[in-house]
Design a binder for this molecule. Structure first.
Ligand code: MIC
Ligand code: SF4
Length: 649
């Protein structure tokens, strides 16, 4: 059988199931990564599983999100993660070392291996030919413990790249074009595999920009082949030994096909407030801007920032524009410092931030009221910048830089210097901010500051569930709506009770109060509920508030799994028209749940309106068991107890 790159990696890692579209398979995981804002929960869960040392080839704990440190909370989280990592055999990347995805690509990602990360942009490593998937913290904890990762075999979408990009058109424009065509729900249940003559024209960091933002399609992951460009990148990183060629077999089959002629692409921008609201930059030309932010795991590589430095060199940022730049990693920042480009950026008036997520997740640099902010990031959901009234446009570094100078949205074609940035002779390698795990676990004390609180555990499913509709929301509700992550809230990622007062408040500020007064109940939602991040908090916090089921037209992949992992039932309307008839505070009942759930079909009675709705749940046998037991952790504990009991016999 002729295989694609993704299929080859899957085939090498498959533990159970067959590679048949939509059928459940489980994969052996070689590497894991966590970052601090999801990591605290993942490590509390690892501890709860009673695991001594991780069983993966390599596991990393990065600190890159909560770095504002306006109080002790973030630093307490960092200390917890540092000590828990040291104890359990996990490498720790200190704050300042860079954004997890950028550092992982540079220093750890290996073609042909599997990576599971508690961050939705984990597919960045697909740029190097790794099968890299984003998941909730609990799934990552299980992978660290040596468990497999379960998915339904995705469809493989072949994205053929023809030709070559024109000057000042960039990798960001390729992924914006894919988003323009497929939309934020278009990737569900799919892997986007890039192939064709255009692939070799793209460097590994450019490929990583594309696989990174493939997360915005809702895709399982995206992947490039591992070829001579991959070889070149790994060699310059001093990691030639990690190289392995992985090419698709000639004539390998893709279930769906997309063709992009790179020669015809133009600079694009995603308009507020969705990454798929894509238009040519020319349509926005001369729009006055207030802020430009360059960085994030999408566009903060050495190559990206060198282009920006070339554009800014000898010029000055427009009077009314604030330009902030957050380099993706210590390696990138250090190389810019060494070759003088950092001086060019500073000289032009850029505000240089430390290497981390920074403004991408609202950690500082919130723009002014009603601002127009141009960002090289991957998400422009309303309010994510920290300013609810701001309008955020997602663009390439080239567009961002020329616009920062002009003070207006500008087209970089024909007005910029030569942007052909050759690969450096060598990347500057210094892993002194990577802390190795302890040889003897017992010697390490795990330090838990007062901000580290217990997390809620789901309960066994009762046969009948009653409750009120606590909120009704529309399509495309993101996890940033469900559990906002501004500078004020991110420090409380290990404190579920505190976060509970902010759950779903961007949609309805009375939701937490209503949920508490009614002792929990139901959430009703439109299409693609839970799109965006992998944050498990978007399930854990509703669980804490007593949410038992979410009734939606459809769900985003990671969030749906997070709901199941935490014992919340994700129900899908059989007839989408029923959505309109359910009202806020309607009393709902699901009876005989145990039996109904076995049939994958559930009837929900609306006692207030005296009508019945049909839902399907479309879960696997394993997920069904999990829901019955109140979530994945209970399920794993039971499995362990069973194994122990068998051993005792
Ligand atoms: C994001 O970009 O939304 C985040 C913040 O990196 C999240 C993780 C989180 O919420 O902690 C993600 O992408 O999964
Ligand atoms: Fe960090 Fe932003 Fe990337 Fe999320 S998308 S990992 S917040 S840089």
């Amino acid at each position: 059988m002729k295989l694609t790159v993704a299929e080859k990696v899957i085939k090498n890692h498959i533990v159970s199931g067959d590679m048949i579209e939509k059928k459940e398979i489980s994969l052996r995981i070689d590497q894991t990564l966590t970052q601090d804002s999801t990591g605290t929960m993942a490590y509390l869960q690892l501890e709860a599983m009673g695991v001594d040392r991780v069983k993966t080839k390599k596991s990393l704990a990065y600190i890159d999100h909560g770095m504002l440190q306006a109080g002790p909370e973030n630093a307490d989280d960092h200390l917890f993660i540092q000590t828990v990592a040291k104890k359990h055999g996990i490498y720790f990347s200190k704050p300042g070392n860079g954004i997890c995805h950028q550092v992982h690509l540079e220093r750890f990602a290996v073609p042909g291996e599997t990576l599971l990360g508690s961050d939705s942009h984990t597919p960045t490593a697909g740029g190097i030919g790794m099968l890299a998937i984003g998941a909730g913290g609990l799934d990552v904890a299980i992978a660290m413990a040596g468990g497999e990762y379960y998915i339904n075999m995705p469809k493989i979408v072949g994205v053929e790249l023809k030709g070559e990009l024109n000057p000042a058109v960039s990798a960001k424009d390729i992924i914006l074009e894919v988003l323009r065509r497929c939309g934020v729900k278009g990737g569900l249940g799919r892997i986007f595999e890039y192939w064709g003559e255009g692939v070799k024209t793209l460097s590994v960091p450019e490929r990583a920009t594309i696989t990174n933002m493939g997360a915005e399609l809702g895709a399982t992951t995206s992947i490039f082949p591992s070829d001579e460009r991959t070889h070149e990148f790994l060699k310059l990183q001093g990691r030639e030994k990690d190289y392995k060629e992985i090419l698709a077999d000639e004539g390998a089959h893709h279930s769906e096909n997309i063709v992009i002629d790179l020669n015809e692409l133009v600079p694009l921008a995603a308009c507020p407030h969705s990454p798929d609201s894509v238009v040519p930059v020319t349509e926005l030309e001369n729009k006055k801007i207030n802020q430009v932010a360059i960085g994030s795991c999408t566009n903060s590589s050495y190559e990206d920032l060198m282009k920006v430095a070339r554009i800014l060199k000898g010029k000055t940022v427009a009077e009314h524009v604030s330009l902030v730049i957050s380099p993706g990693s210590k390696q990138v920042l250090n190389m810019l410092a060494e070759n003088g480009s950092l001086a060019d950026l500073i000289d032009a008036g850029a505000r240089i931030l430390e290497s981390g997520c920074g403004p991408c997740i609202g950690m500082g640099q919130a723009p002014n009221t009603d601002a127009v902010s141009l960002r090289t990031f991957n998400r422009n959901f309303k309010g994510r910048s920290g300013t609810v009234s701001a309008n955020v446009y997602l663009v390439s570094p080239e567009v961002a830089a020329v616009s920062a100078l002009a003070g207006y949205v500008a087209d970089p074609r024909n007005q910029v210097p030569d942007l052909n940035i050759p690969m450096p002779d060598n990347f500057l390698v210094n892993d002194n901010l990577i802390i190795e795990p302890a040889a003897v676990s017992e010697e390490v004390e795990v330090i838990k500051g007062p901000n580290i609180k217990e997390f809620p555990l789901g309960k066994e499913l009762k046969d009948n569930i009653n409750g009120k509709v606590l909120i009704k929301v529309e399509d495309d509700i993101t996890t940033d709506h469900i559990m906002p992550s501004t500078a004020k809230l991110l420090p409380y990622r290990s404190n579920i009770p505190y976060l509970s007062d902010y759950c779903l408040t961007p949609c309805d500020e009375n939701f937490p109060k209503r949920a508490k007064e009614n002792g929990g109940g139901f959430v009703v939602a439109g299409e693609n509920y839970g799109q965006g991040s992998s944050r498990e908090h978007a399930a854990l916090v509703p669980l804490y508030l007593g949410v038992r089921a979410v009734l939606a037209k459809s769900f985003a992949r990671i969030h749906r799994q997070n709901l199941i992992n935490n014992g919340i039932i994700p129900l899908i309307f059989d007839d989408k028209a029923d959505y309109t008839t359910i009202g806020l505070l309607d009393e709902l009942e699901i009876a005989d749940i145990d039996e109904q759930i076995n049939n994958n079909q559930l009837t929900v009675k609306n006692l207030s309106k005296n009508v019945e709705y049909k839902f399907n749940i479309d879960i696997t046998e394993r997920q069904r068991e999990m829901l019955k037991m109140g979530g994945l952790l209970n399920f794993i504990k039971k499995q362990n107890r069973d194994k122990l009991a068998q051993g005792v016999k």
